[in-house]
Design a protein around this ligand. Structure first.
Ligand SMILES: [Zn+2]
Ligand SMILES: [Zn+2]
Length: 364
């Protein structure tokens, strides 16, 4: 089969690799119908994730159809359409029993495109399948559910829920890339008083308004603290969500929160950031960190099925799976291309209902 293979920092290839096979009774083999590229894949390609060794197939977000089931699999059958989540769960360890699947000690957690071959491929082996994949409700398209593989539950759990967002709150989101936009979309489920999006790029702030932010601040030209103080009688935001992952944005998220408020860090940090305890010790703030557990994925699927949540806004570009190399170029150059998420369409899907060469839905 063909797959996108990591060959070490700065190097990737669209290679012919061995077809995956059942290796454990709990495995299934999934034909990938739709997958997507994540900012994390770009981190791996920069060499920031040493646990991912050269030769690994990348990708951890996909929708597919089960082709083959291991003899230990009891709830899934060939032909089932499933969402393959970025997090796998052994179902047995201490953390899985607490629904903290991201911290799985039994061989799960974030494994696809990291510790085992991933999902930017024609087929994939999916371990712990009974515990880890989600059957797709009838009538939903791939693109309605694809982004529930990672960014929606990540922003919802690690941002909105860790931030204890309440109706009427002022929620300030630092960073309006895909993770910040997913935080806007899922914060709206709690009907905040205001959603403030802060970013250095006007194109991203425009996207933030499309997704539902009602106040946007370009912090290159305007003071985000002044803007938030004006909305909150000088107190600060009830919830701030850090969705970038650099020291400045973390420190801004802390500066923006009111006494007694919550700072939810979602960004993936590569260098040390400072928590100014000399200022913050007296302000009763709560700072949280986390990796997504995906315990909320069934809830998010219900919201999509009932029409209360529409993640299709993220799909700005579509490519046949065979053009994954080009799709990476477009995704990595988001400032120029306006890419939020690129959809990689598997061969079967491409040959089916959609007569798709590649379609750019929006250029914003
Ligand atoms: Zn991802
Ligand atoms: Zn586990």
């Amino acid at each position: 089969m063909k797959a996108l293979v990591y060959h070490g920092p700065g190097q990737r290839g669209w290679d012919t690799v061995a077809d995956p096979a059942i290796a454990d009774p709990g495995d299934v083999i999934v034909r990938i119908d739709s997958s997507t590229i994540c900012g994390t894949d770009l981190h791996i390609l920069k060499g920031d994730v040493p646990a991912c060794v050269p030769g690994t197939v990348l990708g951890h977000e996909a929708v597919g159809t089960i082709e083959e089931v291991g003899r230990g699999v009891t709830t899934l059958a060939a032909g089932d359409r499933v969402l393959v989540s970025c997090i796998s769960s052994c179902g047995r360890c201490r953390y899985c029993k607490e629904a903290r699947y991201g911290q799985c000690l039994g061989g799960g957690g974030w494994i696809f495109g990291h510790k085992i071959d991933g999902l930017q491929a024609e087929y994939a082996r999916v371990p712990f399948a009974d515990n880890s994949v989600h059957k797709i409700p009838d009538g939903l398209t791939d693109e309605q559910v694809l982004f529930l593989a990672d960014i929606l539950p990540t922003s919802f759990e690690v941002g909105v829920l860790n931030g204890v967002t309440q109706p009427g709150d002022v929620v300030a989101i630092v960073g309006a890339g895909p993770i910040g936009l997913a935080a806007i979309l899922t914060a709206k489920l709690f009907t905040p008083g205001h959603i403030v999006a802060i970013d250095l790029a006007d194109s991203r702030l425009e996207a933030a308004r499309r997704f539902g932010a009602d106040v946007t601040v370009n912090n290159g030209t305007h003071d985000p603290i002044a803007a938030v103080m004006e909305l909150t009688d000088g107190l600060g935001a009830d919830v701030t969500i850090e969705a970038v992952g650099v020291p400045d944005t973390f420190e801004l998220a802390v500066d923006l929160v009111r006494p007694g408020g919550h700072v939810a860090n979602v960004g993936v940090h590569g260098t040390a950031a400072t928590l100014h305890l000399e200022k913050q010790w007296i302000r009763d703030i709560t700072v949280t960190t986390g990796l997504v557990d995906t315990f909320s994925t069934p809830q998010l699927l219900k919201l999509v099925a009932s029409g209360r949540l529409d993640p299709t806004l993220f799909a700005t570009h579509r490519f046949p799976l065979a053009d994954t190399m080009e799709a990476y170029d477009v995704f990595a150059d988001a400032a120029r291309t306006g890419a939020l998420k690129v959809v990689l369409e598997g061969a079967v899907r491409t040959a089916g209902a959609r007569d798709s060469a590649r379609v750019a839905v929006t250029a914003g």
